[in-house]
Design a protein around this ligand. Sequence first.
Ligand SMILES: [Zn+2]
Ligand SMILES: [Zn+2]
Length: 291
Amino acid sequence: MINLGAHVSIAGGIDKAIDRGEALGCTTIQIFPGPPQTWRTIHHTDESITLFKQKHAYSSVKDVFIHAIYLCNCGSPDPIVYDKTYNALKDALELQVKIGAQGVIVHPGSHRSTRRIEGLQRVVTVAKKLLTDVPHATLIFESSAGAGDTLGDSFDDLHYLIHGCGEPKRVGICLDTCHMFASGIDFRTTQAQHDCIASLIKLDLLSALRAIHINDSAHPFASHRDVHANIGEGIIGITALRSFVANNAFKGIPIILETPILKTMAVSAGASIEKPGTYIDDILRLLTHRG
Ligand SMILES: [Zn+2]
Ligand SMILES: [Zn+2]
């Protein structure tokens, strides 16, 4: 059975994410700690966190991931951005520990016209500080699409980060199928998928894999453009996505949808939570070819 879920909104209170996940039929959810496009952080009250934990304890939603806000850039040479990133991630990691989530997923960031290795070193430095300052927290680096000076678009980059942090139990990776495809990592044929898994094993990344983001891509292979498409409606296509999630190497890994259609669903957009039908079931059927 695939552990499938979706990114859901926390509008109206963090506990509402559990309701939205259940309404969709999720066994895994991902949430933002606050608005992803601003540095302004949301203060989650003790009451709302307690409510979240009470609901979570009896929920069909098991795994919970926090996705850091988009403004974070762990590789930034700008000390102001670097500091703001540290603070935002510290908040997110503290929230992760408080609510008992699996980890905080973050994009490694961009080296902003400095050398790639310098950017990667800055990511490692801030990550190590965060892991020291927030005991029991887990940081998860997401593979990126590789636009501009983006870090983390290759398995070599991800290996550097995992290895550099020196805390394999508390640092992991998240693979995003849209980002991998856009960055030029192929997995569409049996051979390509075999090579992809072999690279992950060789670089100690398979054991570091904590989650998979499953998204189709609106842009072509190696386009370095990060625009998600609904499952089966993009250029990757359902056949390749189906064989990717069916690969034994990924057995048991939580799989999270971040598809555009989620934004149009009531569960994702507003505070009202309506039964959105059988979305997760439909996607499961698509991905596993059932019925
Ligand atoms: Zn992401
Ligand atoms: Zn993603």
